[in-house]
Ligand binder design. Structure first.
Ligand SMILES: [Zn+2]
Ligand SMILES: [Zn+2]
Length: 379
């Protein structure tokens, strides 16, 4: 475990704050826990269960490029979690998921070896936090990873996944609400006068940009194609939740109560892990509950008896677009093109039907179809 302060000095374990900086405070200290990555990784691999996964274009290219090797490909997963609201203590966790595990197992916590954990009041300086860890990951690539004397793997790093703040951190971007915020293109937003809300109107064509970041050291697929947007955070927990909240505040209270009751009492088959919640419980809602609402609950419950037809139709574009991106290629080769048309039409006219939600989170959806082609449905 290391202790860092003010992003300059490594403190000894006993020190409570930095002695070299006059303005240092106790809360500038962050704790870093580096895991024994190799040990975690080999113990996961010894459990077995690897299989060949059809993972989209980028993965096929890697297989071709390294056809003589026994590949094991990782996606770096960066996640920030609030630990305590009152003192703004936050944990950042860098772990890796193994692409060759089947999708149902790939994102289980115990199958994702941890690289490092940062706990502090400030967001980490990534170069300082992860510099050594990236060197360790790089070294791993230069050697074979042995699971037993007869089985070994060559490690490749496929890409990085996270929500917008996490990607911003690891990609060294200005800020996901600032100028040139997008990881993929040079879209430029504008501010709503008097409000701190940057909006990103739809524009076509989107220019893809080259990025230079700490990640380029180790990634085997080129940036920005190896950046994956975390759909659970961006689509479910952000855009869909914000939009439904806005729609619901426009309803009269009695109607809102009725919709909430219908959502909560909606029967589901037994294999649905979670039911739906009412909109009044949205602050505690889980991604899986939002997914059920998006895919199964919204359209039947908010149909035109409650909302005007134009707005429901817009939401239907969004819901169908996400459903296409989220499953097996329903329309074969044309799946991503159809999803893109639905999502970009929704994005283009968004400000006519919803207020101030044409933000970067919505803009990210303009890159979903391309991500689907490159990485398959499981991103
Ligand atoms: Zn200092
Ligand atoms: Zn963009």
């Amino acid at each position: 475990m290391d202790t860092f302060s003010c992003f300059n000095t490594i403190l000894l374990n006993s020190a409570k704050k930095c002695s070299k900086c006059p303005n240092a405070e106790n809360k500038d200290v962050a704790l870093i826990y580096d895991a024994n990555y190799y040990l975690l990784l080999t113990s996961i691999l010894q459990r077995g269960g690897l299989s060949d996964i059809p993972f989209g274009h980028t993965y096929q290219e890697l297989l071709k490029k390294f056809s003589s090797q026994n590949l094991l490909c990782f996606i770096l997963y960066l996640d920030g979690i609030g630990l305590c609201k009152s003192i703004k203590l936050k944990m950042w966790l860098l772990s890796t998921s193994i692409i060759e595990l089947p999708p149902g197992l790939r994102y289980h916590r115990h199958n994702m070896p941890i690289v490092s954990i940062w706990i502090g009041h400030n967001d980490p300086n990534v170069r300082m936090w992860l510099g050594n860890r990236f060197r360790m990951l790089l070294n791993l690539k230069k050697q074979q990873v042995y699971v037993n004397p007869s089985t070994s793997f060559n490690i490749k790093y496929y890409g990085v996944i996270g929500d917008c703040p996490a990607l911003k951190l690891i990609l060294d971007f200005i800020g996901h609400t600032g100028y040139y915020c997008c990881f993929f293109c040079f879209t430029q937003g504008y501010n709503i006068p008097g409000r701190n809300k940057r909006q990103y109107p739809y524009e076509k064509p989107l220019n893809l940009r080259d990025s230079k970041t700490i990640l380029e050291l180790i990634l085997d697929a080129p940036l920005p194609t190896s950046i994956l947007i975390d759909y659970q955070h961006v689509t479910l927990l952000r855009h869909f939740r914000d939009t439904v909240t806005q729609i619901s505040t426009l309803l009269i209270p009695a109607l809102r109560k009725q919709v909430d009751y219908e959502l909560k009492t909606q029967p589901f088959p037994h294999f649905f892990k979670r039911k739906m919640r009412g909109i009044e419980d949205f602050s505690y809602i889980k991604a899986t509950e939002l997914r059920n609402l998006l895919l199964c609950g919204f359209l039947p419950r908010f149909y035109y008896s409650i909302l005007e037809i134009d707005r429901v139709a817009r939401m239907a574009l969004f819901i169908c677009g996400i459903r296409l991106i989220h499953s097996h290629p329903t329309f074969a080769q044309r799946t991503s093109a159809i999803a893109d048309e639905l999502l970009t039409t929704f994005y283009r006219d968004h400000s006519k039907f919803f207020e101030h939600l044409q933000n970067f989170v919505l803009h990210s959806h303009a890159h979903y179809a391309e991500m689907f082609d490159l990485n398959g449905a499981s991103f």
